[in-house]
Design a protein around this ligand. Structure first.
Ligand SMILES: *Cc1c(COP(=O)(O)O)cnc(C)c1O
Length: 366
């Protein structure tokens, strides 16, 4: 019955390869979500979840994909208007959510491949004081492989009274350093299926005291993603509605693994895999004389995902297809970059040895 794939061949930038023991953990019988058993599980995981998001605040567990918590950011935290920092598809998604939920919003854009810079944000906030009271930004923009300088952007937001910052760390959390409390982030969200390496289906988020205060004063927060309801239920170590209990069992085991590796070691492993990938791109371009390149600007590259610009005549879906026929998964580009790029997700539990094996096969198919 088991259809487990041999580990080390699946390099999508989400969902990522899931360690097999997590599927074992999920085979526990389901329990009622108001039972002492599940409350104890949720309570027991909180210290490790808070440590992962680097916050003293409780971490909400949402049974939704990460986009659910992106929507929560918009519907709970937009007062007068949101300024959505956009240099890729996921940054744009915050803006699309604002439009879909009837919140006032504008984008602040940088070229895809370039980072959003703090000076640019300061200028935009100062140009029209009071217009925005929420800034959204994606840490690791999975469509381009850019790592936005969240620490510096959050510092700029803190220069302005009554402006909050919400950060999508979906592909960066557990892969790149991000410090919710120390950097002054008001809302930090991630999903289960990227660098955390769980199956898809859960999202995690934490809100600062300032963010909760904003939510209290925000009407029409919606129902499913009402942060105040999450906050209230977490006081009882519960979730507002039935969580994906089986995934909680997997989460317990995976938090243990992440804790054992250590966050610093985990960040270092991801950085090493990313640097190896960039080097491979440069070596391959040189060896073949073809203009292959890392899409993200130097100095602003994600340790979790690399988008690679392809030479004329070769497309992302073609690379994806050739790798698939060799038993490996990489991804075509995302959104408007689907054809001109392909992407490698070097995140989660992958090791350098597995990455080397992937790159060797990639060299053959290119
Ligand atoms: C994958 C991803 C998302 C969307 O996550 P879902 O779980 O599919 O909702 C959002 N932001 C970034 C940066 C991502 O990589």
């Amino acid at each position: 019955m088991s259809q487990l794939r041999s580990f080390g061949k699946f390099f999508l930038p989400g969902p990522t390869e899931v360690p097999h023991d997590l599927f074992e953990a999920m085979q526990r019988p389901v329990a009622g979500h108001r039972s002492p058993e599940v409350s104890a599980l949720v309570q027991g995981m909180q210290p490790k979840l808070s440590a992962l998001l680097r916050t003293s605040r409780p971490v909400y567990i949402s049974t939704s994909s990460a986009t659910g918590m992106m929507e929560a950011a918009i519907t709970n935290l937009t007062g007068r208007g949101a300024l959505c920092l956009t240099n890729g598809s996921f940054g744009q998604r915050f803006y699309n959510i604002s439009t879909a939920t009837g919140r006032a919003a504008d984008t602040l854009e940088a070229q895809w491949g370039d980072p959003l810079l703090p000076e640019q944000l300061r200028e935009a906030l100062a140009a029209d004081p009071g217009r925005y009271d929420l800034v959204t930004v994606v840490h690791s923009e999975s469509s381009t492989g850019v790592l936005n300088p969240v620490r510096e952007l959050a510092a700029v937001v803190r220069e302005f009274d009554d402006v909050l910052i919400a950060v999508d760390a979906v592909s960066s959390l557990a892969a790149a350093r991000i410090e919710m409390d120390e950097w002054g982030i008001d809302f930090l969200l991630t999903g289960s299926q990227k660098a955390v390496a769980l199956p898809p289906g859960l999202a995690f988020a934490a809100a600062s005291d300032r963010a909760l205060e904003r939510a209290r004063n925000t009407p029409n927060r919606g129902f499913y993603f009402d942060l105040l309801n999450h906050e209230k239920n977490m006081k009882k170590w519960q979730t507002p509605t039935t969580p994906a209990v089986s995934l909680l069992f997997a989460l317990e085991r995976q938090l243990e693994r992440i804790h054992e590796e250590g966050l610093q070691a985990r960040w270092t492993r991801h950085t090493a895999m990313a640097e190896r990938t960039w080097q491979w791109v440069a070596d391959t371009a040189e060896a073949t004389g073809r203009p292959l390149g890392v899409f993200a600007a130097e100095g602003y590259r994600s340790p979790a995902v690399t988008a690679i610009g392809l030479p004329e005549g070769l497309t992302g879906p073609e690379v994806e297809g050739r790798m698939k026929s060799r038993g490996f998964a990489v991804a075509a580009g995302y959104g408007k970059l689907k054809e001109p790029t392909f992407r490698i997700g070097h995140m989660g539990e992958h090791t350098m040895e597995e990455l080397e094996a992937l790159l060797a096969v990639l060299s053959e198919v290119l």
